[in-house]
Design a protein around this ligand. Structure first.
Ligand code: PHB
Length: 389
């Protein structure tokens, strides 16, 4: 009895000693590290992600789970060779509590590796590299966006349903382009189509002329493409200027026309793409988000803004569960694994590998907007090949 009382006392004393420390951490600022492209072909995407993220935090009064948010920023330039040094600026120098990044698949994979070895929380607000929620999946890594397989597979199914028989693919030669083409091929060929040629240019080149001439000579039923940001603007314009727009239908993962329509003008009219967001969802949740974003930034949001906003929502859900204590990684993950995220895109859940299970809309460019014309794939779940979690 005495022994028991004494050990209880010792425990209580230890808790009293530990709690001021724990409280200091819980009440101190939460350090968020943005690693995003602020220059180069993906600069607009990085900015939209940051704006979306900040919007949600501002809507919560600048705090999550009682902790004020302090931001740190690194421009990753969409450069894989610089990625490890860049992410270590945030992990080692700034000692951030959570990493938010990035856009480029190759850079995002380097971030995932560094996050895993340092056990830092990482929420990927774009980079679709299949490996991040595949062989590299980890309890502290989450994605608010998509896997490269997802929109491509949805578009492949839709293209096969249209009875196209032959396709040529054209993309940047790096993980995102390669995986997008593979996802398209998997669904298109399962549906009875055949990819007759894969064309690539190195990232971030935009010299398309020779390849467009080749497409004209090959005369496929359709073309499938993955390009995004500045490169997508140039590709859509060049495709129209080459006289291909009216003869060979162009389909893409929806990044082709997201955040790019103003610059593409009428060269994008009529393009059909698949993506987990569109400009005309018309739901209460999306209307409120769009209004708030437009008021704050004097700009219309796009898929990247939504992914940034939802990365902040996911952080909020995890932090709430651990009362602001990011060291409780298992509880943080458990909360997200059972959550439904109330996204402007429509609510979604996370797969075991921590990738969104979500609807893919079929969108058509009409009057400068990506209008929903159907659902390409409902509650589409990445196969998470190679994830052992
Ligand atoms: C990627 O590299 O994973 C990537 C980049 C831009 C996009 C989509 C995916 O719009």
């Amino acid at each position: 009895m005495k022994l028991l009382r004494r050990s209880t006392l010792v425990l209580a004393a230890a808790a009293a000693l530990a709690s001021p420390l724990a409280m200091a951490q819980a009440n101190g600022k939460l350090k968020v590290g943005f690693m995003l492209p602020y220059t180069g072909t993906y600069a607009a995407l990085g900015n939209a992600i940051e704006q979306g993220f900040r919007l949600y935090i501002d809507e919560q009064g600048g705090k999550l789970a009682g902790r004020e948010i302090e931001y740190f920023k690194v421009d990753d330039e969409s450069s894989p060779p610089k990625a490890t040094d860049n992410v270590n600026k945030l992990i080692k120098r700034d000692q951030v509590d959570v990493l938010i990044g990035t856009v480029h698949s190759g850079v995002a994979m380097a971030m995932a590796k560094a996050a895993q070895s340092s056990n830092t929380l990482l929420i990927v607000p774009n980079g679709g590299a299949n490996a991040i929620t595949g062989p590299m999946c980890a309890p502290n890594i989450f994605r608010s966006s998509f896997s490269n397989w997802q929109p491509a597979y949805a578009m492949g199914e839709a293209a096969a349903k249209k009875k196209h028989k032959t396709a040529v693919t054209i993309t940047w030669k790096y993980a995102a382009g390669n995986e997008s083409v593979e996802g398209f091929r998997e669904a298109f060929e399962k549906g009875g189509g055949k990819v007759i040629k894969d064309l690539t240019v190195p990232f971030p080149n935009v010299e398309f002329q020779a390849l467009l001439t080749e497409i004209a000579a090959l005369k496929p039923d359709m073309v499938y493409t993955f390009f995004a940001g500045g490169g997508a603007v140039k590709f859509v314009k060049d495709y129209a200027a080459a006289g291909l727009k009216d003869s060979i239908p162009l389909y893409g993962a929806g990044f082709l026309t997201d955040g790019t329509l103003k610059a593409q003008g009428d060269t994008a009219d009529g393009l059909l793409t698949a993506l987990h967001y569109a400009d005309s969802l018309g739901t209460k949740r999306d209307n409120a988000f769009r209004l708030s974003y437009a008021k704050t930034y004097k700009q219309q949001p796009d898929v990247y803004a939504v992914q940034g906003y939802d990365a902040a929502q996911m952080l909020a859900i995890g932090l709430q569960a651990v009362k602001g204590d990011v060291s409780k990684k298992a509880e943080f993950a458990a909360a997200l694994e059972k959550a439904t995220v109330d996204s402007p895109r429509g609510s979604f859940t996370l797969s075991k590998a921590h990738n969104p299970v979500q609807d893919f809309y079929l969108r058509q460019v009409t009057q400068g907007e990506n209008k929903v014309v159907g659902i390409a794939s409902k509650a589409l779940k990445d196969p998470a090949r190679g994830c052992k979690m």
